[in-house]
Design a binder for this molecule. Structure first.
Ligand SMILES: [Zn+2]
Length: 269
């Protein structure tokens, strides 16, 4: 599933293609999840931002087009008006712009979602409404992370995945971050120094992944093709293999419905 680095990579690449462009034609799949794509016909894109794993295209008239890529969503740019060569059976929405290009939303498994809202009104999108701070926010400190984890009874891995502790983290970067921070994923409370390490590790892991264009394991593509961070994973998906730090065998088990990998030595409880 695309996480913060993948969505941020797409944002940076897509921004210059759509900014100041007006949507001249639109199309969408007949599903309620994708029909809102049609609402921005005639609007001009003024900015492309990101919040957690959500892309937010600001439009004139105080409207926002919100795209969540779900499990398998992709945004592609077709260098021409909409035509039959552009769309395969998995397209869900498209927007033709007055620069002659068309942005296509393709989503094989259809867990993606498109919404159009008044600027800043996320009442219909609870995950976005209740989202925790951005990991690179200047205001976010280790102490603040520690404070936000206090009194929570869920495991630290689960808290990371919830989006409420910190925005944008999914299974890949949760495992990578906890490994780098040497924190056991099953802990239900963490110390102040651990919270400091967690935030530092998270920023390292995310910024390296953004530099590499994201992690391509299955469906994720950015506008230029595959990312390369999959060649640098130290923990995620490596259960049964040797730890690069201490040579112990990495363990893997399901924690709260998600496969979790950790090093029993480096991340001892
Ligand atoms: Zn180790």
């Amino acid at each position: 599933m695309p996480e913060l680095p993948e969505v941020e990579t797409i944002r940076r690449q897509l921004r210059s293609e759509i900014i100041d462009q007006t949507v001249v034609e639109v199309g969408s799949h007949e599903s309620e999840k994708f029909m809102p794509a049609r609402k921005i016909k005639g609007r001009r894109f003024t900015e492309l931002t990101r919040r957690g794993k959500y892309l937010i295209a600001e439009c004139d008239g105080r409207a926002e087009l919100i795209v969540h890529l779900g499990m398998t969503g992709q945004l592609l740019v077709h260098h021409g008006k909409q035509d039959s060569t552009m769309l395969d059976q998995y397209w869900r929405a498209w927007w033709s712009l007055d620069n002659g290009k068309t942005v296509v939303f393709r989503d094989v498994r259809r867990f993606g979602r498109i919404a159009v809202v008044d600027k800043g009104d996320y009442s219909q999108i609870p995950t976005l409404r209740d989202m925790g701070p951005e990991p690179f926010s200047d205001e976010l400190t280790g102490d603040e992370v520690w404070r936000r984890t206090r009194g929570r009874r869920r495991r630290i891995k689960t808290q990371l995945l919830s989006q409420r502790l910190i925005a944008g983290v999914g299974n890949i970067y949760a495992d990578e971050t906890l490994f780098l921070a040497r924190i056991n994923p099953s802990l239900r409370s963490i110390s102040r120094p651990q919270a400091q390490r967690l935030l530092e590790a998270l920023r390292t892991v995310l910024s390296e992944a953004i530099e590499r264009g994201g992690t391509t394991l299955r469906d994720y593509r950015n506008l230029e093709g595959e990312g390369s961070n999959q060649h640098h994973l130290k923990c995620y998906g490596r259960g049964g293999q040797l730890c690069f730090v201490c040579s112990s065998t990495l363990r893997s088990r399901i924690i709260d419905a998600r496969t979790t990998t950790w090093c029993p030595q480096c991340q001892a409880r």
